[in-house]
Design a protein around this ligand. Structure first.
Ligand SMILES: N[C@@H](CCC(=O)N[C@@H](CS)C(=O)NCC(=O)O)C(=O)O
Length: 204
């Protein structure tokens, strides 16, 4: 069976768990708790030299890092991945947006404001306004798209929605006011209403 090296509280790991559950793909989960240093151990660095989870380990030992690459691999040939090249490119457009313009601010603010000790946050305090400005800019881009569209690609729920849902649904933990974004809030409800949806904290 495939192994998912993951961190329960991480939105990047959650994206993979959510897709796997919705597709009925069985996997064994190995937890790498925040602050444990487990992802920096030589045994794990041999699987991902970048020292980050999630990592999907196939039965033959091949390892794939980066949440959105794993999403792409798992959803290939399924209803969660568009089949025509234009819609696939649209999905990738939103997934690159998620990694470059959204996650570095929305996820990072959540981590430091909610999941790191208060003393550690003090060292980062000067960065909070930038996280919020850039994160709100990303949420505004999503709001504009969702004002005219139900989903991010191919007019259907897909891996692009899962990629963006991972950290958007818990953005309030990073100090973002999701109620300011009506279309984003409605989309969050649509995603959560999809069959076989699981929550971030849900056990496997
Ligand atoms: N771009 C990567 C980011 C992965 C990442 O930042 N993972 C964090 C958890 S969300 C991690 O492994 N941190 C290791 C640690 O803090 O020990 C992805 O999308 O998978």
């Amino acid at each position: 069976m495939m192994i998912l090296h993951h961190m329960q509280m991480s939105g990047n790991s959650y994206k993979v768990r959510l897709a796997a559950r919705q597709l009925g793909i069985p996997m064994v989960l190995k937890e790498y708790p925040l602050h444990s240093g487990k992802a920096r151990q030589p045994e794990f660095l041999a699987k991902n030299p970048n020292g980050s989870v999630p990592v999907l380990e196939l039965e033959d030992g091949r390892c794939l890092a980066e949440s959105d690459a794993i999403l792409w691999y798992l959803t290939d040939g399924t209803a969660l991945q568009p089949s025509d090249s234009w819609s696939q490119a649209q999905a990738l457009q939103w997934m690159f947006f998620e990694q470059y313009s959204h996650e570095p601010y929305v996820a990072v603010a959540r981590r430091w404001l909610t999941h790191e000790p208060k003393e550690a946050l003090e060292e980062k305090r000067a960065l909070i306004p930038q996280w919020h400005a850039q994160g709100n800019a990303a949420l505004s881009v999503m709001e504009t798209h969702l004002t005219h569209n139900d989903w991010f690609a191919a007019k259907a729920y897909s891996l692009a929605d899962i990629a963006l849902y991972g950290y958007t649904h818990c953005a309030d933990e990073g100090g973002f006011e999701l109620s300011r974004y009506n279309a984003v809030s409605a989309w969050l409800n649509r995603v959560a209403a999809q069959p076989k949806h699981v929550r971030l904290n849900e056990s496997w």
